[in-house]
Design a protein around this ligand. Structure first.
Ligand code: ARG
Length: 591
C-alpha cells in the first residue's frame, strides 16, 4: 500500500536506493524541502552515510540518485551542495495522490502503529477556587492532546484530578467554623446524619477561601488549626467529611460549567481524595523497599541522584502532623490508576512550574516499582502573560476568572464581527451570537495552541481576534469560505471522487500542503506539541487562499478542471475542519 504521506512514500523509495548502494535504508529519510524554490523534497542522508562508506557524500548521493532517475514519479532528481538530494514529483503522480486523499476518510491522517492506553491528567482545578486564567492552558492543551491522541488510535482516559484533599480543605473548615460555629459539622459529639443541603454556595467558597488563606498567613494559631483539621478530615472525622463533600459538590458544579463553556470534557472527575484508600498500601510498599525515612519529624523518600545538575529535594510523604501532601496523593493516584485503568502511560498536562514536583513523584514511583519513569510524562507549559510580561492579571491586579475572560473574548469577537460587516443581514441574532462565540473560542484556543507549548506568550486579544494572519478567526474564515465556494459551485457529496488535474502551480502547492498532514499529526503527537498541527492548518489555509485567487472554480468553463478543483476544495475543507477539531475548535456554518 502506498502511504498518503509523500515523505513516507519517498523515504521508502530513497531508502531502497541507499540499500542498493549497500547502505542503511534509514538514511533515505525524506523531508519537505527547506528551499521550495529549488525542490519539493530533499534527502540529506548522504552526509551521515560517510560513516559507512569510504566515498565522500557527494559520490554517495550520486550513486543513490542513479537508482532514482528511472522512477517515473520523479520530474527531477538533482544534487546540491555537499550531497543533498533534491526531489521534484511529476504532476501526474501528485494528481494521483490527491485523488487518494480526496476519498480518504481520515483526510490523509497518521495512525500510531502501536496504540497506547493512556491516562491523561489535565485541567488541574481545585475545590473552592473558580477557574481562572491559570487553568486555561491546562484545559486547552490537555483537550487538544486528548483529541490528537485519540485520533491516532490511542485509548485515552481524561481525568481532572481535582485538588480536593490538601490543606486548603482544613483552612476552609476552620474559616467556616469561625464564621458559623453553630453548624452541626463542627460538634465532635454529633456524628450525623447531617443536612443534605450545602451550608455554602460557590460564591461563599470564593470568599471563604481567600479569607482563610489570609488568616493562615497572619495567624499561626489559625494555621495550626487548619493543619489539624486537614489531618482530621483525612483521618475520617465524620462532620468534616460531610462538610467537605458539600464543598466538593458545590465546586464541581461550577467547574463543570466552566469546562463546558470551553468545550473541554473529562471522562473521570476523580480527585486527590480518591487516592485515600491507596495511602496505607503506598506506605507499606515504601517501607518494604526501605524507601521511607524520617526527616525532621516528617516521613520522606530521598530521590536525589549523583547525576543531578540541580538539587532535587526529598519527596515528603507524611508531614510532621501526619497529613498526606500533594506528592503522596499523586503516588496514591498512580496506584489507583494502575488498578482501575491499567494504562501503558500516564501523562500530566500541568504548568511547567510544577516540573520538580513531577520529577520527584516519578522517581519515587520508579524506585517503588510502581511504574517506570519513562512511562510517566510531565507535559509542562509556559504561562499566559499580560502586556507587562508577568502572569496575566486584571486591571486591579487580581486573578482574572476564566468566566470573565471568556465573556470578554466573546464580547470583543461580537464587536469585531459587527465592525467588519462580514455578516449578511439575513443572519439572525441567535446565529450571530453563536458565530461570535465560535470566533472567540477559536481566537483564544488557536493563540494558545499555536504558541509552542513550553514558551510563555502575551495575551493580546486584538491580535488573537484578527481576521488576517496566523489566527483562529483566519482559519475559521478559510474553512467557511471553502464551504461557500463549494456551495456556490453547487457541489454535492460524491464530487470529491473526480479526476484531479494539475493545471496551475497553486493546485500543486495545495496538494503538497495537504499531503503534509500525516507528518504534522505524527510530529504533534510524538512531541506532544499541538503547535505543529496549527502550523500545518495555517499552511493549508494559505495554500487554499492562493489557489482561490489563482484559478476559477465555479465559473471555470473547462469541465474537467472545474470538477478537479471542486474535489480539491472538498479535500481542503475536510482536512481543515478535522485539524481544527483536534484543536477543540468548532467551525460555524457561515460567517
Ligand atoms: N490541582 C493542581 C494545581 O492547582 C494541579 C493538578 C495536576 N495534576 C496532578 N496529578 N498533580 O496545581
Amino acid at each position: 500500500m502506498t502511504s498518503l504521506s509523500f515523505t513516507q512514500t519517498l523515504s521508502d523509495i530513497v531508502g531502497q536506493a541507499f540499500e542498493a548502494e549497500g547502505l542503511p535504508a534509514s538514511l533515505g529519510h525524506v523531508q519537505v524541502s527547506d528551499r521550495p524554490d529549488l525542490a519539493q523534497f530533499q534527502c540529506n542522508g548522504a552526509l551521515p552515510a560517510k560513516k559507512y562508506s569510504d566515498k565522500n557524500p557527494r559520490e554517495i548521493a550520486t550513486g543513490v540518485a542513479a537508482h532514482l532517475e528511472g522512477n517515473p514519479i520523479f520530474e527531477s532528481v538533482t544534487l546540491a551542495g555537499p550531497g543533498f538530494i533534491n526531489l521534484i514529483l511529476t504532476d501526474a503522480y501528485i494528481a494521483d495522490q490527491a485523488e487518494l486523499f480526496a476519498v480518504d476518510q481520515s483526510c490523509g491522517a497518521w495512525f500510531n502503529p502501536e496504540p497506547q492506553k493512556i491516562v491523561l491528567d489535565f485541567g488541574g482545578a481545585n475545590v473552592a477556587k473558580p477557574l481562572h486564567v491559570g487553568h486555561l492552558r491546562a484545559a486547552i492543551i490537555g483537550e487538544s492532546l486528548k483529541r490528537i491522541m485519540r485520533s491516532v488510535g490511542d485509548d485515552v482516559v481524561g481525568d481532572t484530578h481535582l485538588g480536593d484533599w490538601g490543606k486548603q480543605m482544613g483552612q476552609l473548615i476552620v474559616q467556616l467554623a469561625k464564621e458559623q460555629p453553630n453548624l452541626p459539622y463542627f460538634d465532635e459529639a454529633n456524628t450525623g446524619p447531617y443536612p443534605d443541603e450545602s451550608p455554602v454556595t460557590m460564591e461563599d467558597l470564593q470568599t471563604l477561601y481567600p479569607a482563610s488563606a489570609q488568616a493562615c498567613r497572619d495567624d499561626p494559631a489559625f494555621n495550626d488549626a487548619a493543619r489539624k483539621a486537614t489531618a482530621e478530615l483525612q483521618a475520617g472525622r465524620a462532620g468534616y467529611r460531610a462538610l467537605w463533600q458539600h464543598f466538593v459538590a458545590v465546586s464541581r458544579k461550577s467547574l463543570q460549567a466552566g469546562y463546558d463553556a470551553l468545550g473541554v470534557e473529562f471522562d473521570l472527575w476523580k480527585g486527590e481524595s480518591d487516592a485515600d484508600p491507596f495511602i496505607k498500601p503506598l506506605e507499606e510498599l515504601l517501607k518494604s523497599k526501605e524507601l521511607l525515612v524520617e526527616s525532621d519529624g516528617a516521613q520522606v523518600v530521598h530521590v536525589a541522584r549523583d547525576t543531578d545538575k540541580k538539587e532535587i529535594p526529598p519527596l515528603i510523604i507524611y508531614s510532621r502532623d501526619g497529613s498526606v501532601l500533594y506528592g503522596t496523593t499523586d503516588l496514591g493516584t498512580i496506584m489507583d490508576r494502575l488498578e482501575s485503568n491499567a494504562p501503558d502511560r500516564m501523562i500530566y498536562v500541568v504548568d511547567q512550574r510544577q516540573a520538580q514536583h513531577f520529577e520527584q513523584v516519578f522517581r519515587v514511583a520508579d524506585l517503588a516499582g510502581l511504574m517506570p519513569e519513562d512511562k510517566l510524562e510531565h507535559i509542562g507549559f509556559g504561562t499566559m502573560n499580560g502586556s507587562d510580561g508577568k502572569p496575566f492579571k486584571t486591571r486591579e491586579g487580581g486573578t482574572l476568572k476564566l468566566q470573565d475572560l471568556i465573556e470578554m473574548v466573546e464580547t470583543r469577537a461580537a464587536e469585531r464581527l459587527q465592525e467588519s460587516e462580514r455578516l449578511n443581514a439575513d443572519i439572525d441574532q441567535a446565529e450571530r451570537d453563536d458565530i461570535a462565540r465560535k470566533i472567540g473560542m477559536a481566537a483564544l484556543k488557536f493563540a494558545d495552541l499555536s504558541n509552542p507549548r513550553t514558551s510563555d506568550y502575551i495575551f493580546d486579544l486584538d491580535r488573537f481576534l484578527a481576521f488576517e494572519g496566523k489566527t483562529g478567526p483566519y482559519l475559521l474564515y478559510a474553512a467557511v469560505r471553502i464551504a461557500s465556494v463549494l456551495d456556490k459551485a453547487g457541489a454535492k457529496p460524491g464530487d470529491e471522487t473526480a479526476e484531479i488535474v494539475i493545471t496551475d502551480s497553486s493546485e500543486r502547492d495545495l496538494v503538497l500542503a495537504l499531503s503534509q498532514y500525516a507528518d504534522a499529526l505524527k510530529g504533534a503527537y510524538e512531541k506532544r506539541l499541538p503547535h505543529i498541527l496549527c502550523d500545518h492548518a495555517y499552511g493549508v489555509a494559505q495554500a487554499f487562499s492562493k489557489f482561490y485567487a489563482n484559478v476559477r472554480i465555479s465559473d471555470e468553463p473547462d469541465k474537467k478542471a472545474r470538477a478537479s478543483r471542486i474535489a480539491l476544495a472538498f479535500t481542503a475543507r475536510k482536512q481543515l475542519v478535522c485539524a481544527l477539531g483536534l484543536m477543540g475548535i468548532d467551525v460555524p456554518k457561515r460567517m
